[in-house]
Design a protein around this ligand. Structure first.
Ligand SMILES: C[S@@+](CC[C@H](N)C(=O)[O-])C[C@H]1O[C@@H](n2cnc3c(N)ncnc32)[C@H](O)[C@@H]1O
Length: 272
């Protein structure tokens, strides 16, 4: 058993995964990679890691499946409530003030690394509640995990996954269905779920808010910095970036300003 993943194979696979996604496997989580590789080999009915590696080099779909399998997709509705308080009391009022005179009263947001959709749905419900009449918004929700994106697109959550949603939101934005709750269409249509690997430029520009919470933690510093720089380019001249509670840009040479409010800390891009 001990030698399923030799030192050389570990190096090979962790380099491939890092190059393709930014996800960094340290010695500590080596056993996770090992168990995911065992599963992939079993699924593909392959005998050795060398055969599997050769498959990955020519089969992009299998590479996506491997990357999906090594992701951690833990999430929940209203995760880190303080961020949503800051959106309500600071970010949205500031954006509205700024865009007041413009012809298009619309906010553009991106949930980068959205997992199974709880984060973008939380943002959508909140904005529905707090935006003044005449204002609209659109949310792009992206992830590298196709399995997670499918759950998000479906918008059906079992009873045990809806904790954290206030009762009145549940009544307004969900329909009770069998063992769980289905997000209603008027919320669903505000979110576009999309496969996107944060290793690449998404092509988006002019975003008002980017959420990339609990994703960077899986990257090493170089991949974090490259991702953060791409966010900067995707954002408008006056916009906001939320990263996870346990993540920080401290010590990283970025162009974002740190913002500390009474609700939460986050980052701001200001060029205008
Ligand atoms: C722990 S979840 C965070 C979900 C949500 N943002 C939250 O805070 O609850 C991390 C997500 O990042 C995604 N992810 C990891 N590496 C990625 C990459 N290179 N590109 C896009 N998504 C990635 C994973 O698939 C996973 O769904």
């Amino acid at each position: 058993m001990a030698d399923f993943l030799s030192e050389a194979d570990f190096e090979l696979y962790r380099k491939l995964i890092y190059d393709e996604s930014g996800i960094h496997f340290s010695e500590t989580n080596r056993s996770i990679l090992e168990s995911r590789l065992r599963e992939r080999l079993r699924d593909k009915k392959l005998g050795t890691l060398q055969e599997y590696y050769a498959t990955l080099l020519k089969d992009k779909e299998e590479l996506k499946l491997l990357l999906d399998s090594v992701t951690t997709n833990l999430t929940r509705f209203f995760r880190n409530q303080a961020h949503f308080d800051a959106i309500e009391h600071f970010v949205v009022p500031e954006l509205i003030k700024l865009k007041q005179g413009s012809a298009e009263k619309k906010l553009r947001l991106w949930s980068a690394g959205c997992s199974t959709g709880e984060e973008p749905y939380t943002v959508a419900m909140l904005l529905k509640e707090i935006l003044p009449p005449g204002w609209t918004f659109e949310i792009v929700a992206s992830d590298i995990s196709l399995k997670s994106l499918m759950v998000g697109k479906e918008g059906f959550y079992n009873e045990n996954r809806i904790q954290g949603i206030p009762e009145d939101y549940l009544v307004k934005y969900f329909e009770k269905k069998g063992t769980g709750y289905q997000v209603k269409d008027d919320i669903k249509k505000l979110i576009r779920f999309d496969y996107h690997n944060l290793k690449n430029d998404s092509g988006q520009r002019g975003l008002d808010v980017v959420f990339c919470r609990n994703v960077l933690i899986y990257f090493d510093e170089a991949a974090q910095k490259a991702t953060i720089d791409r966010f900067y380019d995707a954002m408008s001249g006056h916009s906001f970036l939320f990263i996870g509670h346990s993540e920080s840009l401290f010590g990283m040479n970025t162009r974002f300003e740190f913002v500390k409010t009474e609700w939460a800390c986050f980052y701001k891009k200001q060029t205008s």
